[in-house]
Design a protein. Sequence first.
Length: 375
Amino acid sequence: MKRCLIVLMLVSTFCLVAQSNFDSGMSDFEAYKNQQNVQEKNYYKWVSNFKSYQDEQFIQYEKFLEEKWGEFKESSPKTWVGYTEDFNGRTSVDFDANKVVVEVVIEEDTPPEEIKKKLSALTAKILEEKDETGTAILEDQVANPSNPKVSITAKEVESIVQDLPLEEKKVGNKKVYSISLNLVSNSDKKRIAKYAPFISKYCKEAGIEPALALAIIKTESCFNPKAYNRTGNAYGMMQIVPKYAGLTMNKMLYNKNKKPGGRTLFNAEKNLRMGINFLGYLQNKSWKKVTNKTNKRYCVVSSYNGGNGAIYIALAGRTKKIGQKKWDKMMNLLNSDKNKKVYNLIHKKSWEETRHYIKVVEERYAQYLGYNSRM
């Protein structure tokens, strides 16, 4: 009975149909606050307690799924993981590797036709699943195994699954059966097309090149609207962190002096608006005085990844107490035409993650330049 109560608690907390976010909404937070009946003077104490409460729930959630499936899987920036409401079905879409895995955990003596039926139903469901804007996420993107250039529809799934090999593994007294499918080779272009109206609209609003926005989105999430990074608490296609870019954009765009919740940030249109306008904020406010266009882009890209300190540490050698002399030297370099020198300094002396990030984004920026005239 105790185990059932734990599972019910986890279902209510984590919303397992799509990979859940246990740190997003204020409804749980307010409920917890009221439950504890604390006074405002104990604010920081109950914030800390709530975080511990969430961490404990996640540990239970992870343990439960490990026992059931033999391993724990969760969404990441480039992988969308979803569980069925009864926990017996799981789908994983890796947008970086272009692979879809559909799994069911089931009794060992289940007939093969019943296994295939369950896998077919789950595959059809994910093909039709929509994001918060009503856009079908995988429509026209899952390849037909017999003709990889052609995508499959939900109506074709049953006959296709019948011909796919089953993989199986034993977990306790049950078995996990899975099938694998690939995404079409140009699936990222198909996702770009789905969200192009939003990207174009907000690039115009923010004064940002579509090529830059696309390069950032590709690097952050591979155009995955369900992207979530639990470690960094970052959401959606542009990996918005609520307390940083989220709060700044909520104030600037919506006049709301609070962090946006997960429901807002998993909405692809709102996520794109916030992320692209944050690029505009970096370009037109943080680095307003940088006049060299290329160097300004380096600053924007680096700051989106590692904050303004990513530039300060690379060009001034420190992030605080830079001093006027070092500041002027840094700005003179940024306003010069020494683009290669600026890039090399960032690539060699910035934060380790930013060094890789600017290289990848710049490569993709060049690949997406053609979109500047199409959006």
